[in-house]
Each structure stands twice: as structure tokens, then as C-alpha cells.
Design a protein around this ligand. Structure first.
Ligand code: DC
Length: 236
């Protein structure tokens, strides 16, 4: 059985950065499942499919023509091709995240992406990040982590990320409060939806990252993995 580590949590909890580094250190594959929902949102905009057209969006999701960069390095999110065109930067925009959060509430869209996500489970292992990786997509994962952080902390991280990527300009007075409101709105939608809501699997380890560095969290995940691997060897 190919081992899987799942990292779920709200936006800005650190799961994207942490999961990518953990995958790198282990030499395992990496699944950024949020990117799939963002890709459907982008494709919908390009093909004129409305965000409430569930059947149309599910068809788009099932037939997404997408290629990911091969290794999880620092530029991996910038090497995503949609229909042959580089879309890494466009995917990170807040408008795309908001559209993704809306269509992610539609059961047919989630079902259409399930098989595509399972296909990432390849030897020697997979680190998967998202909202429902441990609860729905990989319920048999070897290690499930649920990351949280205070809303202020998450908004600040997202703000820094957007500035670094050149997606918003520094010192625009209202940007930070706008971001806090947008994040709160997305959280409410992701947590409140009836299918695969954002929630920790019952067997997940909860980790509040507000006061931790990225390296702290990476080390914690790796040491939890060591423990799981040891006990799975002892049991077999
Ligand atoms: O992690 P992210 O910000 O890239 O995700 C974008 C949106 O996609 C998020 O608001 C909710 C949705 N999503 C989801 O519903 N399930 C996942 N496994 C990953 C993301």
C-alpha cells in the first residue's frame, strides 16, 4: 500500500508550504488539491461556464487538460499548464480562490475530481494538501494532520504571499481588512457546505501553527511520520 500523509486546514494555515517541503524532503509526490478547484474555476471563466452550472462545471472538471510540474520544488505552483498555457500566477489570484470556493460546494464537481486526485497516489508516497484529504479522498492515509491558525495570522500570511507574488500592491490601506473579510467568507462557505466540509478527520492530529515557524511544523510532521512508520512495522 502506497503511504499517504494528508494535511488539511483553512487557507493560510500553512498547509501548502509545509506539505510541499515535506514532500521534497521525503522525495514523495505532492498533491495541491486546491489547485484543481482553482483550475476548474479558471477553465469555467475561459469557457463561459457559469459558477452555478453544476453539470457544466462537472464536465469541465472531468476533462480538464492540465499538466503539473514534475517535482515539488519552489516553482512548482508556477508550472501548471491549463490547455497548454502557463497559469500558475493566475491561479493564485483572490478572484480565482473565491470562484474555486463557490464551485467546490457542488457535489458533482467534487465527484468529478475524485479519481484525478487518487491518481496522484504513486510510489514511494504522497503528501496531499486540501480540505478533505484525510476525511474523504484518502481515508486510509498513514498520517492525517489538521492545521489551524488564528484568522488574523492567516490573513497576514496570505497578504504577504500575495505581495511576494506581485498579485497585490503594498500599502493599499484597505487591502488587509478586505482580505480578512474574504478569508472569513471563504472559511464559512468551506466549513458550512453539505458535501466534504472543511473539518478534521476524527483520527487527525490537530496542530495550531499561529506561533510556529514553517520549519517547526515540518519537523513535527516528519517526527509524527517516523512514529507511524515504526508502529506500522511493529504491527506487521
Ligand atoms: O487551498 P486553496 O486555497 O488553493 O483552495 C481553493 C478553494 O478550493 C478553497 O476555498 C476550497 C476549495 N477546496 C476544496 O473544497 N477541497 C479541497 N480539497 C481543496 C480546496
Amino acid at each position: 500500500m502506497i503511504p499517504v500523509i494528508t494535511l488539511d486546514g483553512p487557507g493560510g494555515s500553512g498547509k501548502g508550504t509545509v506539505s510541499r517541503i515535506v514532500a521534497q524532503r521525503l522525495g514523495w509526490h505532492w498533491l495541491d488539491s486546491g489547485a484543481l478547484y482553482r483550475l476548474v474555476a479558471l477553465a469555467a471563466g475561459r469557457h463561459g461556464v457559469a459558477l452555478d452550472d453544476e453539470a457544466g462545471l462537472a464536465a469541465l472538471a472531468a476533462h480538464l487538460d492540465v499538466q503539473f510540474g514534475s517535482a515539488p520544488d519552489d516553482t512548482a505552483t508556477d508550472r501548471i499548464l491549463l490547455e497548454g498555457e502557463e497559469v500558475g500566477q493566475a491561479l493564485r489570484a483572490e478572484a480565482c480562490a473565491n470562484a474555486a470556493s463557490r464551485l467546490a460546494a457542488l457535489p458533482a464537481v467534487r465527484a468529478a475530481l475524485l479519481e484525478r486526485q487518487h491518481a496522484f497516489r504513486q510510489s514511494p508516497g504522497l503528501v496531499a494538501d486540501g480540505r478533505d484529504m484525510g476525511s474523504v479522498v484518502f481515508p486510509d492515509a498513514l498520517l492525517k494532520i489538521f492545521l489551524t491558525a488564528s484568522p488574523e495570522c492567516r490573513a497576514e500570511r496570505r497578504y504577504k504571499q500575495l505581495i511576494e507574488k506581485g498579485l497585490i500592491e503594498k500599502q493599499r490601506g484597505d487591502t488587509m481588512s478586505g482580505l480578512v473579510a474574504e478569508i472569513a467568507e471563504r472559511d464559512a462557505r468551506d466549513t458550512g457546505r453539505s458535501v466534504s466540509p472543511l473539518k478534521a478527520a476524527s483520527d487527525a492530529v490537530l496542530l495550531d501553527t499561529s506561533a510556529l515557524t514553517i520549519e517547526d511544523v515540518v519537523q513535527r510532521v516528519l517526527s509524527l511520520l517516523q512514529g507511524r512508520l515504526k508502529s506500522s512495522i511493529t504491527q506487521s
